[in-house]
Design a protein around this ligand. Structure first.
Ligand code: 4NP
Length: 152
């Protein structure tokens, strides 16, 4: 079982989408996907309604997810930890205790060779069109991750 964690700031916009989209592409017997936020603002909340809506329009249901905060024990529970941007990467690395912990953390967009800016834009103050482009960016990147992990 390979375990992958998606991490953003609030765990209500970006990482719930990355969690739901990647999960939809992989066999759940071989892959466990989860998400978390580096901030505590939204603990226990459902994903943002705009993330729920754009996912639903692509037949992915993320409405049952509940926000939680990233914690140091996640380094032991996961094989790969994807940070949605550099700021979240830095917040995750600040909790690392070993070199092995640090090696597990990557910028999510490092998996997308066609994108130069490695930060997934924070859509919180954006509109519906920002969430649509967010979905497409995350979906394209999850296709690359899926190809890599399943040797397609
Ligand atoms: P996320 O977006 O990190 O993609 O979940 C945000 C959600 C909430 C806030 C910022 C970003 N906030 O400031 O409350």
């Amino acid at each position: 079982m390979m375990r992958i964690l998606m991490v953003c700031l609030g765990n209500i916009c970006r990482s719930p989408l990355a969690h739901g989209i990647l999960e939809s592409k992989l066999n759940t017997e071989d892959f466990y996907i989860d998400s978390a936020g580096t901030a505590a603002y939204h603990i226990g909340n459902q994903p943002d309604q705009r993330s729920i809506a754009v996912a639903k329009s692509y037949n992915i249901d993320i409405s049952a997810q509940s926000a939680r905060q990233f914690k140091a024990t996640d380094f032991d529970s996961f094989d790969i930890i994807y940070a949605m941007d550099q700021s979240n990467y830095n917040n995750i690395i600040a909790l690392a205790k070993t070199k092995n912990d640090i090696h597990k953390v990557k910028l999510f967009l490092e998996e997308n060779t066609s994108i130069t800016n490695k930060n997934v834009p924070d859509p919180y103050y954006g509109d519906t069109s920002d969430f649509l482009s967010l979905f497409q960016l995350i979906d394209n990147t999850c296709n690359s991750i899926t190809s890599k992990l399943t040797d397609l």
